[in-house]
Design a protein around this ligand. Sequence first.
Ligand code: ADP
Ligand code: MG
Length: 248
Amino acid sequence: MSKTLVEWARGNGERPPIVATAAWKGGDGKSTTARELAYLLGAVLVDFDWDDGCSSRSMGYRHERYVRFPLREAFEKGTIPTPITGRRMADLVPSYPAWVEDQPDRETITSALEKWAVHWGRPLVVDTHPGGCEATYGAVDAADVVVVPAVLVKDSLSALSGMVNELSSHPLLIVPNKVSSPPAWARKKFKDIVTRHGGFPTGPLIREEKWIEKRYLNIAISSEPVPKQAQKFVASMDALVEAVINYA
Ligand SMILES: Nc1ncnc2c1ncn2[C@@H]1O[C@H](COP(=O)(O)OP(=O)(O)O)[C@@H](O)[C@H]1O
Ligand SMILES: [Mg+2]
């Protein structure tokens, strides 16, 4: 029987669920997926990417305007950050450029995320930098589900191949993204990767939507009212929510 969002959000009795988005290749759709998932799940979005193409920036957060950063303070003082309240988008703990060198080790990250989820009493979605770094490893170690968007092109599939071998014991949910009409060899390679190590669950297929990269609005694509051109995409995000909350 499928869980409701409210049931899922309570978590395992010890803490609310933690979801991470991760991929060893940039540009495959981690941040887009993370923002929509966090919004639809009612989760706090924790941004661990420090590049200017990160979620924080596309949600309107400008690090240039600040001298204090919630992630830096949290790890320097061992305190719990206060998320910025989102309107028609997820609540956010933003990132900042120096996070690349400030980020603590993997274990510190994992235990902080677990503590924050308990303290806030809310699920987390953690968006990560492409590839493995301490913050990414800490996030995937904390995660109950790791959403891995994967584009069916050569470089992305190579990156996916290395990633699943490295994280084969993590709870991966592999989601084909930006799908138009992948050639047979790409579909075959994808199938080969997702059937390794006893097989990984795959999420709903997300179609390539040309309008997404031209979009300048900060609000979640899934926030109502959903424009007509976005309805198919939002349906795939709803299906992804189902896959995440029923991940076994
Ligand atoms: N389903 C999709 N169809 C078309 N473009 C997409 C789709 N998902 C994401 N994009 C675009 O691809 C680019 C990279 O996406 P992003 O989510 O920032 O990836 P990442 O965080 O993995 O680097 C962005 O310009 C984004 O708008
Ligand atoms: Mg990103």
